[in-house]
Ligand binder design. Structure first.
Ligand SMILES: [Zn+2]
Length: 299
């Protein structure tokens, strides 16, 4: 079995990991995830601890239907002219965006069962351009999308707007992954590997998967999406629609590519299916000096 999953791997069913399943898993001595690639990852009980986010509880049921959570955006968004970004600028835009409800994490989550190996793989990860990512500050503010995936509230609204816009253009999008905690990201990272983990295979894995602590999914502002009926989003008509003109149709709803094709040293290889929410205003104002004349950008 190849350890290097294709950069445009079709979305497997395990990405549909529900909050209910996560809550249930916490109560078990071992965690077994569905393994479409063959290998089974069984985390020993000692590793199931989630010391970073403390007692974990699923967020409450949303107090209103998600379809009503449309954030007020620029009314004339259709007529806006969005700035062009290079790959590194897209990455800087996400890292510097003032996104609400995030809390930096100082402690490093466990990756393997060896602290020494973990240090080495973190060094390799940073060398590839991975960055530590914050976690939601208040999990009660996350919103569940109808298939059980959770997003930060502005991202949930923006996902629904993007989904609707795409549908009006004939593309049926599906949300395949959203918020992920450290423990879940660890399972994703180790999923196709077998213990004991060697530095070489772990470094190879970094080409396609973030180790826990370094995934943009930790923030609740990253999504993996697919087009129904197409196993490779990067070559789908929906991706062509979203990415045209420097991702104009994504920007319109506040989304930018998470790992763009020309992103350089950004962690994994480019991932055409992953997008991050930064908001329309952050996109419009990225190149504006803080004291510029544009009232939108100086508010
Ligand atoms: Zn992703």
């Amino acid at each position: 079995m190849s350890l290097l999953v294709s950069a445009d791997t079709p979305a497997p069913c395990w990405r549909r990991y529900s909050w209910a399943a996560a809550a249930l898993a916490l109560g078990l001595a071992t965690l077994v995830l569905p393994q479409p690639l063959g290998a089974t990852v069984i985390e020993p009980a000692a590793a199931v601890r989630e010391p970073i986010i403390g007692p974990w509880a699923p967020p409450p049921v949303p107090d209103e239907p998600v379809s009503r959570w449309q954030e007020p955006g620029p009314a004339d968004v259709e007529s806006l002219s969005f700035p062009h970004f290079t790959g590194p600028e897209f990455n800087e835009l996400f890292t510097t965006a003032a996104l609400p409800n995030l809390s930096p994490v100082s402690a490093s989550p466990t990756i393997t069962d060896s602290a020494e190996m973990d240090e080495q793989i973190r060094t390799e990860a940073i060398e590839r351009g991975y960055q530590r990512r914050p976690l939601p500050a208040d999990y009660a503010l996350l919103r569940l999308i109808d298939d059980g995936l959770a997003l930060q509230r502005p991202a949930a609204a923006a996902w629904l707007a993007l989904e609707q816009d795409a549908a009006e253009h004939g593309f049926e999008l599906e949300l395949q992954s959203a918020y992920r905690g450290h423990r879940y990201q660890r399972a994703v990272f180790l999923r196709p590997l077998e213990a004991p983990y060697g530095l070489e295979v772990l470094a190879e894995r970094l080409k396609v998967s973030a180790p826990p602590g370094y995934s943009k999914h930790h923030t609740g502002y990253a999504i993996d999406i697919g087009q129904v009926g197409h196993s490779h989003f990067g070559s789908s008509p929906a991706h062509e629609w979203m990415s045209a003109d420097n991702f104009a149709n994504a920007k319109k709803h506040g989304w930018i590519p998470s790992y763009p094709p020309d992103g350089g040293r950004q962690g994994p290889m480019p991932e055409p299916w992953e997008f991050t929410y930064v908001g329309v205003e952050a996109i419009l104002c990225f190149h504006q000096p803080p004291t510029g004349d544009d009232p939108l950008c100086t508010a």
